[in-house]
Unconditional design. Structure first.
Length: 546
């Protein structure tokens, strides 16, 4: 018989046992009440009690999705560029802005999480104190995964399980972890912001969902054999950006419900101006056929899901999602990278961190015309950075990133495509490790690495994080280099279990960064440059230049 865990408000039986990984899988555990009706656009509430049923999962629930069509165009462009198609001959597919039909698992009632509990860890939890607030015994390390997807797509089960990793941890002598993956509200459901929203609800509902899920883990994970004092939270792209916001939550004044963090290619767009937030809200009202926040709460779910998809499916080829974390003066008093370098930092700097990036973060988001024409590059920057001044655009394109192709030097871009991608990479991703290193006691609390296996595009490292142990387990555009994947996984797992990644030096004042590539594993210096990173981090692009 599969084991049963009593959470006191709800009773859950394992959905299945995985013999390869020797773990039990618990699916769709509610950590909050359904955020529907009057609970839309509010902070998550405690889950409803149900002790009359033993739950085994609902087939994997997902929050409403809204893929960004402009990025499929950018992906096609990047693929052709990497294949050697001359820039002027690259075929640009037509932008498809048709609203996406919701999948069968998509529902507003989506605030659930999954737990993978190694058999030994779960069995050790037998005999734990049964009172709701009894102190737990020490248990296995815990890893919580926050998925990416531009804050508009993705789900807790997007990448699969760790069945292939667990047996290799035994061989490496690394303690197995309890693995938790969470859903959180996406798009308009999770990230409407602005004056009207905050008068009648909350901004950043999706971030508050994550916070409640993390609190749930701290309070309940001992029942699955996990140790609430050994929690590491990990995310990639929007998931990593979310981790940054969790570390900067409430200005870093109240601590975090976890002890370590793994931040892979953190991504978020600065939409901190209240005007931009209000404009996005008013557009959503119009698309939904509503005239107020309260009327949105009265609409059928299907109407909101369609409006959400329509707003994300913008007709602009330079589109970035209109929804994402926003400065709200409460949970997010400032953008995380800005908070890192405040004096004192408005960021929890007492958390050990692993931070990573891929070598060519920006190429996958580089829109075709932005790479061809200076005027279009300027339009692209206006979309990427709301509020950027015209003089700042000129400063960026003439001084920070001049059109000097093929010349030696620190920039080393060969053509306009690489130039546009470099701007996006550093403005959106690359400078995070540099900012973290400066803030975390000179980098002593940071370990940094770069994923450089070709083509090393954004998110191409995720199959390596979840590699199953064979070349065919995780299909990728260029396959998976098992040697590199195993090395990355051992570094990540040893950090989770032991507090330091094996065979990886601290960032430190020397800004050491471990590089994983097909050519081997080497240690070098972080390539992020102070002058350019300082410009992006300071938000100086909203000031007049020259």
């Amino acid at each position: 018989m599969l084991p049963i865990v009593d959470l006191f408000y709800s009773i859950h039986q394992a959905t299945y046992f995985n013999a390869t990984g020797n773990f039990f899988f618990f699916q769709d555990i509610p950590y909050a009440a359904p955020p529907t009706g009057n609970l839309r656009f509010t902070a998550p509430m405690l889950p409803m009690a149900d002790r009359f049923n033993v739950h085994t999962g609902f087939g994997g629930r997902k929050c409403p999705q809204a893929p960004v069509p402009a990025w499929s165009v950018a992906s096609s462009f990047a693929s052709q560029y990497l294949s050697g198609v001359p820039l002027g001959q690259i075929a640009i597919p037509e932008l498809d802005t048709t609203p996406v039909t919701p999948g069968p698992q998509e529902t507003e009632d989506c605030l659930y999480l999954d737990v993978m509990a190694p058999k030994d860890a779960l069995q050790s939890a037998v005999g734990q104190p049964t009172a709701v607030f009894s102190p737990p015994k020490p248990g296995a390390p815990v890893l919580v995964w926050i998925h990416g997807g531009s804050y508009t797509t993705g789900s807790k089960d997007f990448y699969g399980d760790l069945s292939g990793l667990y047996p290799r941890l035994d061989v490496a002598g690394i303690e197995k972890m309890v693995f938790v993956s969470i859903n959180y509200r996406l798009g308009a459901f999770g990230f409407l912001a602005g004056s009207t929203v905050q008068m009648g609800g909350v901004a950043n509902a999706g971030l508050l969902d994550q916070r409640m899920a993390l609190e749930w883990v701290r309070q309940n994970i001992f029942r699955f054999g996990g140790d609430p004092n050994r929690i590491t939270v990990m995310g990639e792209s929007a998931g990593a950006g979310s981790v940054m916001f969790q570390l900067a939550a409430y200005g870093g004044h109240f601590g975090t419900p976890f002890q370590q963090a793994i931040i892979q290619s953190p991504g978020y767009i600065d939409i901190s101006t209240r005007e931009a937030q209000d404009e996005t809200f008013n557009t959503f009202l119009e698309l939904a056929g509503a005239d107020s926040l309260q009327s949105l709460r009265a609409l059928p779910s299907e109407d909101l899901m369609r409006a959400n998809s329509l707003q994300v499916n913008t007709k602009s080829i330079f589109a970035f999602p209109p929804f994402g974390p926003a400065v709200d003066g409460i949970f997010a008093p400032t953008m995380p990278d800005h908070g890192l370098l405040n004096s004192p930092p408005t960021f929890d700097t007492g958390i050990p961190v692993m931070a990573s990036r891929v070598s060519f973060e920006g190429l996958l988001f580089t829109q075709p015309d932005a790479a061809r024409y200076d005027d279009s590059l300027h339009d692209f920057m206006r979309q990427l950075l709301p509020g950027i001044t015209e003089s700042a655009i000129r400063y960026v394109t003439s001084t920070l990133y001049p059109a000097d192709y093929g010349r030696a030097g620190e920039l080393r871009y060969a053509d306009p495509v690489q130039r546009a991608a470099r701007i996006l990479s550093e403005a959106g991703f690359d400078c995070a490790a540099r900012d973290l290193g400066i803030a975390l006691q000179g980098g002593a609390g940071l370990h940094a690495y770069e994923f450089a296996v070709p083509p090393a595009l954004h998110a191409y490292d995720v199959p390596y994080t979840f590699w199953g142990g064979s070349e065919v387990d995780v299909p990728g555009p260029a396959g998976v280099n098992g040697t590199v994947a195993n090395a990355i996984q051992m570094a990540l797992a040893s950090f989770v279990a032991e507090g330091r990644p094996r065979d990886m030096p601290a960032y430190g004042p020397e800004r050491k960064c471990t590089r994983f590539s097909d050519e081997g594993i080497t240690v070098g210096t972080d390539g992020a440059v102070d002058r350019r990173c300082g410009f992006w981090q300071s938000r100086a692009y909203r000031e007049e230049w020259g």
